[in-house]
Design a protein around this ligand. Structure first.
Ligand code: F3S
Length: 392
C-alpha cells in the first residue's frame, strides 16, 4: 500500500507509539483488502464503548493509548454506553459504574466527543460524498444510503485508529465501483409503518448477505422508516448500503430480481417475536436512538396517560436530542416514562434489573435482545407498544 512520507514516518514510530500503533492497524487492514492508499476522513465513529460489550482487556488498551498521548485528528464520536448516571446507574453495582466511567475518561483524554449515540448524524450531518470511518452498522448503512456519505463498516479498533490518524484505507465502499447494486428488489406491498421497514431490512439482510439492493416500491421514505430499514439490514446481513431512488431500466436490466410480498413481511414480523407477552417488563423505543420528531410523536400519543406501574417504559436517545426535546421529555417523564440519554437496552444490563420480557418497535432490538439481554421479545409497531406501556 502506498504511504506518503509523513505516513511512513508515523508507521516507523517517529510520531509516538499511539500513532504508530494506529497506523499499523490501518495499513494491515488496507493490505488485507488490497487498498492502494489511505484516504482522508471527515469523521470517525467508534462503537465499542459499553463496558458490557467491551470488557476489561480493550479498556486497558484504550488507557495505554491515552497514556501514550493519543489524540484524535478529526471529529470523533462515540456509540452508547452501558448505563446512564441518572436512572440506570443508580440501580447497577458501583463497580460497573466505575469501569464504564473509566472507559469514557480514556476516550475523553484522546479528544473524543462524548456523543454516546448510534445516530451521530442528528448531531452533525456529514456532507454528501465525504469519506467517514464509522463503526456503528446501522449508522453506516444510513450514512451511505440516505446521506450519501462513504464509509465501510469499521470494527471498533479500526474506527479508533482512523480517528487518531484522520484517514482510513481506500477500499470497499470508498470506491464507486463497489457501490453498485447487485439486486433489484421490488416491494410488492405497502409498508405500513417503520416497524415493517425494519422487517423488510431483516428479510433482505438474510437473503442478500452482502449484495447491495436497489429497492423499488418503498412508498413512504421518511427518515425514520429508512433508519429502521438501515439498522435491520445491517443486523442480518453484511450489506453496507441500499439504493432507494428509482434507477433507469438500462441500469437495472442485469441485476438479480427479488420480489418482496406481503406474506414475507408478515412472516418476518412474526419471526421476530419470541413470545407474545401482553404485560412485558419493559417497553423500549429508541433503537436506533430517537430523533426529536420521534420523541415529540411519543409525547403527543401519550397525552396525559400514565405508564402502568408494573411496566418500565424507556425512550432512548442522545443527550443532545434529549435537551432539544425538553418539553416532550418532561411530558413523557411526568407520565412515568424514562427518556434515557447515551444508553440503550442492548448494550445495558437489563437482566441485572430483572427485565425478562421486552416489547419493542425496533427490528434490530427484537433480533438481538434474545441473545444480548436473555429476554423474550414481542415485536410491535410504536402505537401498540405505547398502548401496552400505558395499559400495562
Ligand atoms: Fe443503537 Fe443500541 Fe440499537 S446502539 S442501533 S440503540 S442496539
Amino acid at each position: 500500500m502506498y504511504l506518503t512520507k509523513e505516513e511512513e514516518r508515523i508507521y516507523d514510530g517517529e510520531r509516538g507509539w499511539t500513532n504508530q500503533m494506529c497506523m499499523r492497524i490501518l495499513v494491515r487492514l488496507g493490505e488485507l483488502f488490497n487498498a492502494a492508499k489511505l484516504v482522508r476522513i471527515s469523521s470517525a465513529h467508534v462503537s465499542g464503548v459499553s463496558y458490557k460489550t467491551l470488557g476489561d482487556a480493550p479498556a486497558e488498551f484504550l488507557e495505554a493509548l491515552a497514556n501514550a498521548g493519543g489524540n484524535v485528528k478529526v471529529r470523533a464520536t462515540l456509540n452508547p454506553q452501558s448505563l446512564d448516571t441518572e436512572y440506570l446507574g443508580r440501580r447497577l453495582e458501583q463497580s460497573l459504574r466505575e469501569k464504564q466511567s473509566n472507559i469514557l475518561r480514556q476516550f475523553e483524554r484522546m479528544g473524543f466527543t462524548e456523543s454516546l449515540t448510534c445516530t451521530p448524524y442528528y448531531l452533525k450531518k456529514p456532507k454528501r460524498d465525504s469519506h467517514l470511518a464509522w463503526a456503528e452498522s446501522s449508522a453506516v448503512v444510513y450514512a451511505n444510503s440516505v446521506i450519501g456519505a462513504w464509509t465501510n463498516r469499521e470494527g471498533g479498533p479500526s474506527a479508533l485508529a482512523a480517528a487518531i490518524i484522520g484517514k482510513t484505507p481506500d477500499y470497499g465502499i470508498h470506491k464507486p465501483e463497489n457501490r453498485q447494486p447487485k439486486a433489484l428488489v421490488t416491494v410488492d406491498t405497502a409498508l405500513k409503518n417503520p416497524t415493517e421497514f425494519g422487517a423488510l431490512g431483516i428479510y433482505l439482510g438474510r437473503l442478500l448477505r452482502d449484495g447491495i439492493p436497489a429497492i423499488q416500491g418503498l412508498g413512504n421514505t421518511s427518515e425514520n422508516c429508512l433508519k429502521q430499514l438501515s439498522a435491520a439490514l445491517a443486523s442480518t446481513g453484511m450489506v453496507n448500503m441500499f439504493h432507494f431512488k428509482r434507477k433507469s431500466q438500462a441500469k437495472t436490466e442485469r441485476l438479480e430480481k427479488v420480489c418482496v410480498e406481503a406474506r414475507d413481511i408478515k412472516n418476518t414480523v412474526e419471526s421476530l417475536s419470541t413470545r407474545e407477552v401482553s404485560k412485558p417488563d419493559l417497553v423500549f423505543i429508541g433503537c436506533p436512538h430517537c430523533s426529536l420528531g420521534e420523541i415529540k410523536k411519543i409525547a403527543l400519543l401519550m397525552k396525559d396517560n400514565k405508564v402502568n406501574k408494573e411496566t418500565e417504559f424507556w425512550v432512548c436517545t442522545s443527550h443532545y436530542i434529549k435537551e432539544e426535546a425538553g418539553e416532550y421529555v418532561a411530558q413523557i417523564e411526568k407520565n412515568g416514562g424514562h427518556v434515557l440519554a447515551g444508553v440503550c437496552t442492548i448494550v445495558s444490563w437489563t437482566e441485572k434489573l430483572g427485565i425478562r420480557t421486552i416489547m419493542t418497535n425496533s427490528a434490530k432490538t427484537a433480533y438481538y435482545a434474545p441473545t444480548m439481554n436473555k429476554a423474550e421479545v414481542t415485536f410491535r409497531p410504536l402505537k401498540e407498544c405505547l398502548t401496552t406501556a400505558l395499559r400495562g
